[in-house]
Design a protein around this ligand. Structure first.
Ligand code: G3D
Ligand code: MG
Length: 174
């Protein structure tokens, strides 16, 4: 039985500080939510193998921003060679939604037309919601991408968004 993979993709996860990028990545890679998990400086990415419907094996290297987003500036090397991305906001923090346009523009400017998904994270905090699903969907539609809500805390939709992105990236290889 082969343990190899057919494709390897670099995935970037962008968005304002504290929207839950590191937590989403951690949930996907390790299957858990760690409240006090802080990315070690210098550790920039984690890898995970994904098996698509039909059996194709794909290796993802998922890149974290390591806190650089606080300066609204990510090094060009962060974007280099990326095949897809998650653009994340926090459904409880309106400003992180307002800033999505900047993030999409920045990613498009640095990478061209790679597949992106818009992610509204912290969907478990329904009582604190500050952005409706409708307006987030509308923003995503205007940008020609899919909108999904996730919770890194409960795990809701986390595997699904990485699977959907992997599917989009793989289709572009055919
Ligand atoms: P970042 O990498 O985008 O900067 P983090 O964001 O992953 O560091 O998360 C920022 C804070 O939000 C963390 O809380 C984290 O636990 C919390 N968080 C992340 N995702 C979720 C989620 O889906 N639901 C809830 N309720 N909280 C989430 P602290 O307290 O450590 O700052
Ligand atoms: Mg982080």
């Amino acid at each position: 039985m082969s343990r190899g993979h057919k494709f390897i993709f670099k995935v970037i996860v962008v968005g304002d500080a504290a929207v839950g990028k590191t937590s989403l990545m951690f949930r996907f890679v390790h299957g858990s939510f760690q409240r006090d998990y802080k990315m070690t400086i210098g550790v920039n990415f984690a890898t995970k193998m994904v098996t698509l419907d039909g059996g194709t094996k794909v290796k993802l290297s998922i890149w974290d921003t390591a806190g650089q987003e606080r300066f609204h500036f990510l090094l060009p090397s962060y974007y280099d060679g990326s095949s897809g991305g998650l653009v994340v906001f926090d459904v409880t923090r309106r400003e992180s939604f307002t800033n999505l346009a900047k993030w999409v523009e920045q990613v498009r400017g640095k990478t061209g037309n790679i597949p992106l998904l818009i992610i509204g994270n912290k969907a478990d905090l329904e009582d604190l919601r500050a952005v409706t699903q409708e307006e987030a969907k509308q923003f995503a539609q205007q940008n020609g991408v899919v909108y999904t809500e996730t919770s890194a805390k409960t795990g809701e939709n986390v595997n699904d968004v990485f699977a959907a992105l992997t599917q989009f990236m793989t289709e572009l290889q055919d």
